[in-house]
Design a protein around this ligand. Structure first.
Ligand SMILES: CC(C)(COP(=O)(O)OP(=O)(O)OC[C@H]1O[C@@H](n2cnc3c(N)ncnc32)[C@H](O)[C@@H]1OP(=O)(O)O)[C@@H](O)C(=O)NCCC(=O)NCCS
Length: 325
């Protein structure tokens, strides 16, 4: 028998080792330092603002944990960790039986799975999952800083400024229109979803620490209209991360995506980093082709769980599966 208890009732000393184990796993496999995320999560948990669950076995040992929150009407699952498949299943059932889930219309979550249990648990609850690849590439002497004066095909690159945010929200919406992976960022393709997403990237550590000096805007030399961007973050000392790259549909397939990527690499290497990573949807053939040619190789895979239809409709009867591990 596994029991699931509210993690807000558990002392911080019991929670700390759970964060530490995840931090160690992410660092070993991904060179990604999760500590800045826990620095946000733990105060919210301790203050009672962030719901979550701890799974305990018969002997009272912690065998899994999860946390989640309601953002608008989307239930976002932040972690789902269990030491065996039945615990992962039980945790997901308990999350879906929470009061927050009752208020949600949709669900999303991004996971670095330990095995196949996470995928199986979502599929069992009829929540679609999409594979995303974590790619890496070493930074080498060929990665040199971009010349901001240089113009090619009437387009110049310059570093990001805080004034760019609004124009970049619009650019993202244009670049991703009808793209298969848009669901990860702006499920309904609304501008406010893009604004929230970009705000998360540049103001929080959700996807590493934003590095404006390694993030670039491409604009037309004559009108200064923005036609592309690359957002670079830092995941850990030495590891830069291309958190976003997008090109206006009118400027696509002319080498601009590649040029933006190379600008990010040059700035990251100049800052002393040794590798660059990124995450790309398995089904994003256009972007994957570009990354292949730039020398990226697959290092791990992530799972994106996303359900855009009302959650409750296809659930088993309330309580089914709970405490059933
Ligand atoms: C992915 C993305 C950034 C690529 O931007 P892009 O500017 O079109 O990329 P590039 O032009 O550098 O390379 C793309 C293609 O153009 C080709 N190309 C490059 N220079 C070219 C030129 N001068 N003339 C014609 N074609 C050219 C490339 O060979 C490549 O061909 P392929 O797609 O047939 O393999 C862009 O498609 C985009 O914004 N997509 C939506 C957002 C997205 O998915 N971002 C990635 C998230 S992980």
């Amino acid at each position: 028998m596994t029991t699931y208890i509210d993690w807000r009732d558990v002392p911080a000393e019991e929670i700390r080792p759970l964060y530490e184990a995840e931090t160690a796993r992410w660092r070993a496999s991904l060179d990604w330092n999760l500590q800045p995320s826990w620095d946000i999560v733990e105060p919210a948990r301790a203050a009672g603002r962030l719901p979550g669950l701890i799974a305990r076995d018969r002997q009272g040992r912690t065998v899994g944990w999860a946390f989640f929150l309601l953002h608008g009407d989307i239930l976002q699952i932040g972690a789902l960790v269990g030491d065996r498949a039945a615990v992962v299943r039980g945790l997901l059932d308990a999350v879906l039986d929470s009061p927050e889930a009752a208020l949600a219309r949709e669900l999303s979550g991004f996971f670095f799975p330990r095995g196949s249990a996470e995928q199986a648990a979502f599929v069992r609850r009829r929540i679609p999952v999409f594979r995303h690849l974590y790619l890496r590439r070493p930074l080498t002497a060929e990665d040199t800083p971009v010349d901001e004066e240089a113009e090619a095909q009437g387009i110049r690159l310059r570093t990001w400024t805080p004034h760019d945010a609004v124009a970049m929200v619009r650019l993202l919406a244009r670049a991703y229109r009808k793209a298969p992976n848009v669901r990860c960022f702006a499920p309904h393709e609304r501008l406010e979803e893009w604004a929230h997403y970009l705000g998360q990237l540049v103001r929080t550590s959700a996807c590493g620490e934003f590095r404006p000096e390694a993030s670039f805007i491409a604009e037309r030399a004559d009108t200064r209209a923005p036609v592309g961007l690359v957002v670079t973050t830092l995941l850990a000392p030495g590891t830069a991360h291309v958190a976003q790259v997008a090109v206006d549909p009118d400027a696509m397939r002319a080498g601009l995506g590649r040029r933006l990527m190379r600008a990010s690499f040059g700035a990251a290497r100049a800052a002393g980093h040794t590798q660059v990573t990124l995450v790309v949807g398995d089904d994003n053939a256009r972007a994957r082709g570009l990354y292949d040619r730039l020398g990226f190789t697959e290092a791990a895979s992530f799972l994106f769980a996303c359900r855009q239809t009302p959650l409750r409709r296809s659930f088993p009867a309330a309580g089914a599966g709970q405490n059933a591990a």
